[in-house]
Ligand binder design. Structure first.
Ligand code: UD1
Length: 341
């Protein structure tokens, strides 16, 4: 056993895939999740894939007393991977306090407990949203932050700053922030995947739900951008590749290989793909015809972003291996399972 890892938000989309990869790589996993955007059955699905059932606690990390009680009951945690957070960009504009309260307090409470319980290592879910629309592409980790477009994006920037400030004055605490580009796809077993509540805001779940007949039509937000086909460009990354990056980050921490006690890495493929290219790939790979129309741009969208991943490749020894075809095939396999198609 390599260590005992608390995975917050481990019943969620990226958290559940990471729990699987952690178990496969020899870690013990304990999940805390308040099920605000996930289901308890995911814990059984993780067991189906790995043969091991992670321990599971249902409570909110913002409840400092419960969190403290948890660490008293669950002894021997060696590291934390912190996914639990609110993540809908649009909702964050409507409910900023909810986002600041949830996303900041949960991190602060966890850091308090790292100190009390001498837990040295934390991996944090950050986002490429911290860069806004960068002036130069591909975007490297040295690119300065732009003013956040949303309270959600602002919480990611502030959380990174909190970890950086804490790391400066606590030599015994180590942090790695992973800046995700656009995670899509699902585990190839179709046991776990993304389960958006209500109408999906993100492109790929909207595509798969349209193909499944749940949504009538996909709206493509703008085709007059300065890109090859006029639609916006993103760096889509398979969620299993992303999950593996977390394992590498935790390995780096327990192996004491960090160069500084606060580090941050881009986690993408390095490839930019337009919305129309995503749609065409989905149609080709799955043999489905998608009903879509071009509509106005979505306010707040960046035109084009994709990662320079050299730092993660060289320092974490990690590289994305799954391409956009696989992402679409796996996303569709998962949708078919969920929709009984
Ligand atoms: C956004 C956030 C990201 C956050 C993620 C999670 C920004 C810049 N990025 O990613 O930080 O982690 O949401 O929610 O705020 N699109 C359509 N039709 C649709 C849906 C999307 O054309 O129905 C287009 C979008 O305009 C965009 C691309 O598809 O160009 C990807 O959109 P989406 O999946 O929502 O992700 P981001 O906005 O890139």
């Amino acid at each position: 056993m390599k260590g005992k890892i608390l995975v917050t938000g481990g019943a969620g989309y990226i958290g559940s895939h990471t729990a699987v990869e952690l178990i496969k790589s020899g870690y013990e996993v304990v999940i805390v999740d308040n099920l605000s955007n996930s289901r308890a059955e995911v814990i059984d699905s993780i067991q189906k894939i790995t043969g091991t059932k992670p321990s599971f606690y249902n409570f909110d990390l913002c409840d400092a007393e419960k969190l403290s009680g948890f660490f008293k009951a669950e002894k021997g945690i060696t590291g934390i991977i912190h996914f639990a957070a609110s993540k809908a960009v649009g909702e964050s504009v409507q409910k900023p306090l909810l986002y600041y309260r949830n996303n900041l307090n949960s991190l602060i409470n966890l850091i308090d407990q790292m100190k009390v319980n001498s837990i040295p290592d934390l991996v944090f879910s950050s986002s490429c949203t911290v860069y806004g629309q960068p002036d130069k592409l591909p975007v490297t980790e040295d690119t300065p932050f732009k003013t956040a477009e949303s309270p959600y994006g602002n919480t990611k920037q502030i959380c990174e700053e909190i970890m950086q400030d804490v790391a400066k004055v606590n030599d015994d605490l180590n942090f790695i922030a992973l800046r995700y580009f656009n995670p899509v796809g699902a585990h190839e077993s179709a046991e776990i995947g993304e389960l958006p509540l209500g109408v999906p805001a993100n492109l790929v779940p909207f595509i798969t739900q349209t193909a499944a007949g749940i949504r009538k039509e996909l709206s493509v937000f703008g085709d007059d951008y300065d890109t090859s086909d006029g639609t916006a460009v993103r760096d889509y990354i398979h969620v299993v590749d992303l999950a593996e990056a977390h394992v590498k980050a935790m390995d780096r921490m327990i192996g004491k290989k960090q160069k500084r006690n606060y580090e941050y890495f881009n986690v993408g493929t390095g490839n930019g793909t337009s919305v129309l290219e995503v749609i065409k790939t989905f149609e080709r790979v799955t043999n489905q015809k998608l009903n879509y129309k071009i509509v106005d741009r979505r306010p707040g969208d960046v035109v084009k972003i994709y990662a320079n991943t050299d730092l993660a490749n060289n320092e974490l020894g990690w590289k994305a291996s799954l391409g956009i075809d696989q992402m679409m095939a796996d996303a569709w396999r998962w949708q078919k399972k969920v929709s009984n198609i």
